[in-house]
Design a protein around this ligand. Structure first.
Ligand code: SF4
Length: 433
């Protein structure tokens, strides 16, 4: 009689629950991620395309490279330190990293006398410029979910950048509204298809208008709030629709005006933000109202927080002169990158590094598998926060730092460790006389 062989056990995926997603400013903390050994991840609890795509990118580790040649990590660190020791105008930018990585990047920049900026600070500065000029009344995601009864979404649907905004923060009934109710108005924007589904059950009004003229629509609404006899149409929205919306704002118990400045396409988008901030200000003469700027991809909000608490000024700062010098125009990486002679580019969340001019020496810290237009002088593969190592990242509303845990071990160093090691390899500074 033939003996029966035992069937080998089928390997089951490891299931990670309550996973924090570090990839956009919503900071969803409820993901279920399946891990197929050795290091394949799949998000199975949400259709968020950003989370699905980012968590699935886990190619195997690869060795660092110097001038395109694979080398041990110690050799890459020495090559990076040699480049930076000779640099006259260094730039430490990209800064797609967690809080620890940002701290290490700023320490290295301080040692080098470098300019610091984040790859996505354009969108951030459309908001910060207004905050610096006029101040604002802003709220949190929790207030949106628990108190807001009228949500005005200004401009392109923020769900394009923050896919679970409605599911997590708008569709749930407000806990502190009696009776719970919520209405959503799209001002100069239209909901994405997926959003229509998610919003089912909530009254939704779409005031389609020219997305390049959001500021004009906001100004017309502010004028109608102040004086109903001064109602005019704006941005392609009829005067009677503006009047009806003004009336709705007056009756709201807690209105929130939300926008994603990174999605604004008109030039001088900070002026659009300023109009929205002014609308919020004026609406408070009639009811409670707050703004909610949505941002935070690749921890841009967290890195800016670290820079501010460390130096007293936000990103786009030069550390070359002994004291931090903040200039949001001059020290934008897109501008300073044209004159920097050495660039440390950090992009731990995504395998994308911009092309720099010939003659600039680039040291790139990015995930394995990053494809470069031009091979950098030094490439050091690093782990992704929230995938390869535990990490703190900030939510869009700046008040909550989330701790994401590591899920897999590909043997990749984290940004903080690599930058600290580069700093430790730099020549010692001569003691002051
Ligand atoms: S909405 Fe943002 S934080 Fe939430 S799962 Fe998608 S990418 Fe992650």
């Amino acid at each position: 009689m033939a003996s029966e062989r035992p069937t080998p056990p089928v390997a089951r995926p490891v299931v990670h629950r309550d996973v924090v997603c570090p990839f956009c400013g919503l900071g969803c903390d409820d993901l279920i991620v399946e891990e197929e050994p050795p290091a394949t991840l799949a998000v199975c609890s949400t259709d968020c395309p950003v989370a699905r795509e980012r968590f699935s990118r886990t190619p195997a580790a690869e060795p660092p490279r110097v001038a395109g040649v694979p080398v041990p990590l110690a050799e890459a660190l020495e090559a990076a330190a040699a480049v930076l020791a000779a640099a006259q105008a260094p730039l430490v930018a990209g800064l797609g990293t967690d809080v620890d990585g940002a701290r290490a990047a700023l320490s290295l920049a301080e040692r080098l006398g470098a300019v610091v900026d984040h790859a996505l600070s354009d969108g951030l500065y459309r908001n910060l410029a207004v905050l610096q000029r006029t101040g604002w009344i802003a709220t949190t995601l929790a207030e949106l979910r628990n108190r807001c009864d009228l949500l005005l979404l200004a401009g392109p649907d923020p769900a394009a950048l923050h896919p679970r905004l409605f599911e997590r923060w708008v569709a749930p009934a407000p806990a502190f509204q009696t009776p719970p109710s919520r209405e959503v108005v799209f001002l100069c924007g239209e909901p994405l298809d997926a959003t229509r589904v998610t919003l089912s059950g909530l009254p939704v009004t779409v005031l389609a208008g020219d997305p390049a003229k959001i500021g004009e629509a906001a100004a017309a609404l502010a004028a109608a709030l102040a004086d109903p006899s001064r109602v005019t149409g704006a941005a392609g929205i009829a005067a009677e629709d503006i009047a009806a919306l003004a009336e709705r704002v007056r009756k709201a118990r807690y209105a929130v005006v939300a926008w994603a400045a990174a999605a604004f396409e008109a030039p001088h988008a900070d002026l659009t933000v300023e109009r929205l901030v002014r609308l919020v200000h004026d609406a408070n003469r009639h009811t409670r109202c707050a703004g909610l700027p949505l941002a935070g991809h690749d921890n841009v909000v967290g890195v800016n927080q670290v820079c501010t608490w460390r130096f007293g000024v936000p990103l786009r700062t030069s550390l070359a002169g002994g004291a931090p010098l903040h200039d949001p125009h001059r020290f934008a990486w897109t501008r300073y990158g044209a004159v920097a002679d050495a660039v440390v580019w950090v992009s731990a969340f995504q395998p994308e590094v911009p092309a720099f001019s010939a003659g600039q020496t680039v040291i790139a810290l990015a995930p394995p598998g990053t494809v470069f237009a031009d091979e950098p002088a030094v490439f050091i593969p690093v782990g992704t926060p929230g995938i390869d190592h535990a990490a703190h990242v900030f939510r869009s509303d700046t008040v909550v730092a989330l701790r994401a845990r590591g899920l897999i071990d590909r043997g990749l160093p984290d940004v903080a460790a690599v930058l600290a090691a580069i700093a430790g390899t730099l020549p010692q500074e001569a003691p002051a006389c």
